[in-house]
Design a protein around this ligand. Structure first.
Ligand code: NIG
Ligand code: FE
Length: 416
């Protein structure tokens, strides 16, 4: 039996998220500020799973391998529930164009943005896409991510979308960490359907979706519900069609404008509503009364220097919960660093380190329906863990923004 003992931990955080043998519900409101931990503790990993943990006074004296965590904290790996990390090329020209005064929408109208990534995608061989994506995964693993969602959406054609989803399927086999795949069926209108949005949606819903479902290529579906992209009716049509294939929605909405995406998601059995940089009181009320998981992506408004920012403090104060994710993509968030997501959320979103850590671990796992296996330190869960640099208080992790505070990551019980 392969076992590894982490002893002398400064603390282990995000523990005991099981109630009566079942995972606790998604954390909301006041519960977001409660991050259960044990000071001065040990943790034993056996066969890739968390076997046991406890206070140092009861530390086992033997194990096959022992790692002295002296002064370091142990926490579950981040669960990054929203990324687009399969992409062909960076879009740094658009980055510079924005610095010079253009905005995201203007760049998109001029054929840049998502269309730009879609053009690059047709030119690049699948092997290279896979290789680059795998490298990005290895990078985020080092930064502390232990479960990730990846979307298609730069294909914008049946062949392109299937190409992306098959790459994600291959990544699932080759990646050190588990992946959930999302078919982003409607991200932007390709040039060939410029004046035929209905035709494009029919193509995606009637032809591509059944094939995606038949091949088991996706765990979820997605649409960009936004002015200039797709409407709330389009969202309803896609989500209802997807449900017939047992696929739930995780949708992009309320990034720049409110056009009814949350209402559409609520009415069509979606799992999460992602972005929410603009969110009004009636939308907050609707979210409070629904099971939808708000997923906030603070790197996007940061990178786009958008005036809006998800109202994190207000959401928690109004009893909402949310997950935090990176949105790693070449256009609006070219970073999958969840540590920076934490810092940004604390600083700009005025949430505490405990709230941010809950959102990036347990609630992230909930946003991928994986809270029975990931997202917390519980006996029997997968040993995907972070060992921090030495620190007294866990709040030093978001405090030292821009510094990599993850010293080691443990995936399936093995130190990476
Ligand atoms: O989540 N907003 C839509 N999709 C991505 C950005 C895609 C891109 O610009 O390539 C997002 O921000
Ligand atoms: Fe996104």
């Amino acid at each position: 039996m392969a076992n590894l003992l982490l002893k002398n931990c400064q603390g282990i955080a995000q523990i005991n998220r099981q109630e009566n043998g079942k995972p606790s519900p998604f954390l909301r409101g006041k519960k977001m500020s409660d991050l259960p931990f044990l000071h001065d503790a040990w943790l034993l990993i056996e066969n890739g799973e968390i076997k046991d943990f406890g206070p140092s006074a009861s530390c086992p004296d033997r194990a096959e391998k022992i790692l002295d965590a002296n002064g370091r904290w142990v926490l579950p790996s981040f669960c990054d529930s929203h990324t687009h990390l399969v992409f062909a090329k960076p879009r740094s020209k658009e980055f510079v164009a924005r610095i010079q005064g253009k905005d995201y929408a203007q760049i998109a109208v001029e054929g840049g943005g998502i269309l730009n990534s879609a053009r690059h995608l047709t030119e690049i061989p699948s092997e290279k896409l896979l290789e680059d994506a795998l490298e990005r995964i290895q990078e985020i693993v080092k930064l502390g991510t232990g479960l990730v969602e990846i979307k298609s959406g730069y294909g914008l054609s049946p062949e392109g979308e299937l190409k992306m989803l098959r790459i994600i399927r291959d990544l699932k086999e080759q990646s050190p960490i588990p992946i959930k795949a999302t078919f982003l069926a409607a991200h932007a209108l390709p040039v060939s359907y410029k004046n035929d949005k209905a035709g494009f949606l029919r193509l995606m819903i009637d032809e591509v979706l059944p094939q995606v479902a038949a091949e088991g290529l996706a765990d979820y579906v997605d649409i960009f519900c936004e002015t200039g992209f797709f409407s709330s009716d389009d969202t309803t049509s896609l989500l209802e069609a997807a449900l017939k294939h047992q696929l739930k929605g995780k949708i992009h909405t309320n990034q720049f404008t409110h056009i009814g995406g949350i209402e559409a998601a609520h009415g069509s059995g979606a799992l999460s509503v992602d972005h929410l940089e603009v969110l009004n009181d009636s939308e907050i009320e609707l979210l409070a009364s629904s099971e939808l998981i708000p997923t906030l992506l603070p790197q996007a408004p940061f990178f786009l220097n958008d005036e809006h920012f998800p109202p994190m403090r207000k959401m928690i104060d109004r009893s909402l919960g949310f997950a935090l994710a990176s949105d790693f993509n070449p256009g609006s968030s070219p970073s999958g660093n969840m540590q920076f997501v934490l810092s940004l959320s604390c600083i700009k979103g005025r949430i505490t380190p405990e709230e941010a850590l809950n959102a990036a671990t347990y609630n992230g796992a909930c946003a991928l329906e994986s809270q029975d296996t990931y997202g917390s330190i519980d006996r029997g869960k997968k040993a995907n863990l972070i060992l921090t640099k030495p620190m007294q208080e866990l709040s030093e992790l978001p405090y030292y923004f821009g510094t990599d505070m993850v010293e080691k990551t443990i995936i399936n019980g093995k130190v990476i």
